[in-house]
Ligand binder design. Sequence first.
Ligand code: ATP
Ligand code: MG
Length: 595
Amino acid sequence: MAHDPSAPTPPQASNFLRGIIERDLEAGTWAGRNFGGSPGDAAHHAAGASDPARIRTRFPPEPNGYLHVGHAKSICLNFGLAQSYGGICHLRFDDTNPEKEEQEYVDAIIEAVRWLGFDWNVGGTSHLYYASSYFDFMYRAAEALVQAGLAYVDEQSAEAMRASRGDFNTPGTDSPYRSRTPAENLQRLREMRDGLHADGSMVLRARIDMASPNINLRDPTLYRIKRATHQATGDRWCIYPMYTYAHPIEDALERITHSICTLEFEDQRPFYDWLLEHLADLGLLARPLPRQHEFGRLNLSYVITSKRKLRELVAEGVVEGWDDPRMPTLFGMRRRGYTPASIRAMADGSGASKTNIWLDYSVLDGCLRADLEAQAPRAMAVLDPLPLLIGNWGDLYGSDAHIEPCQAPAHPQRPELGQRHFGLGAQLWIERDDFAEAPAKGFHRLYPGNKVRLKYGLVVECTGCEKDAQGRVTRVLARALPDTRSGTPGADAIKVKGTITWVGAHDAVAATVVLYDRLFTEAQPEAGGRDYRSVINPNSKRVTAGYVEPGLAGAGTEQRWQFERHGYFVTDRVLHRGDQPVFNRITTLRDGWSA
Ligand code: ATP
Ligand code: MG
């Protein structure tokens, strides 16, 4: 999908989830539902008032890593749907796996969701929840299932269980433990909970159908024994619920109406419904029950989003950390300079469909340009500096030290942002590639004998250059033409074909400018099973010692500018200091990648 710069926001793609919600609201599917004011069982909600939220959605990350652009899609979808239909979106940590989860990730996720612009506080209530706080209920539900004959403790070895599950073409076979009585199973389950059995020696399974064509219904595991310290519940439990058992219960306790997940969970939906229907029949969960809806994942070209592979990029030193500005993590994207609005626009514009989608990276850059074009102040910056000496400056202005005050609007369409001020003198910095000793055809900038306008300044004519022993140009020489000052009458009398940007050697601020680009050279780094390591872009980061306009001295952190002719830049939120500025290039002014 090539990006058209004249239409920088992606078209509003269709979103079938909106259709589902609208039909549900029309049919009154969720009307008259009570909410107990907090998550809870059937009795808790029955005692509550009518739910003020017309729908409830949730974003349920597992706190085992940093959020990436794919999660941003899910965040924008869930919070966005709640916003547009008078609903509430919960932020829920799916922290049921004690082995991989850490507080560091919980904090980082909270910060990232806030930064994206979403809030789980509604009317004074915080809808921030932890699945681990439902462990008591989950265990109670497990006992209820056992007593109803819907679950049993299986003591087969892991290999025997795997073998008896069958496969796509072969039905599974019943475990020898499947026919134990509820009383026997209850006793075993309690022994499991009380730590009387070794890790992995037995599991609790649902009793559904070992011959089901859906393998997920062949008596899935509900609980396992694992002596592991949980970040929230410590050593209180030595049995932990499986994700497929825990997730539907979490949704139901929170009275989620639309449980939106990615396509790989489609085959789990029959178990989701089986479990919730039975727990509602047993009087444990309130009706109406949540419904699961699957949508396709968002993939961005030139980006990989698997947490495991992002971890590899960090561990192998391909990037400098989780918040490296080339990483597709929300922390990386933030540091790179992407605005929350640009990420939201990209996510919303990509809609929701029943297939996984690949979005071209240029769509994100287009959203960033659309957001910043209207708001970012302009500035001149020289990224690859070459000195320019105006030889006749003293003749024109009486002294070589004379500084001619210049000004320019902070933003061409927004006069209320005022003017920027800087000085023009005999010695300037210009871009190295704005000079050519022997110009190619069509080159209209500085070369001996050619005239160009110094933007907001005056017209100069190139008179030559100086070089070092290696033949590298060290200084460009020029003379200024009288009566060509920008903004004075007759300034345009001399026609030039080129205008170049510059900063004054006397007042420019030295700055580190980091030119970031895509981390991979291929749109689909892993296409055809390729190792992404073989397509790493060697030029994804270039550090230059540049100069910026004097007005940028003392710039604060995370401030954004459009550097004229160069693109959009932000002060690096980690490395930037007022007296040692560091600017990151977010993106160029135009897309240089699409064909
Ligand atoms: P990863 O595969 O990177 O480990 P995950 O799906 O395991 O991601 P979770 O923490 O379980 O990570 O995800 C939280 C939510 O974000 C889930 O509902 C998941 O479906 C959703 N999500 C993750 N990646 C994407 C994506 N690329 N597009 C849309 N939604 C996504
Ligand atoms: Mg996951």
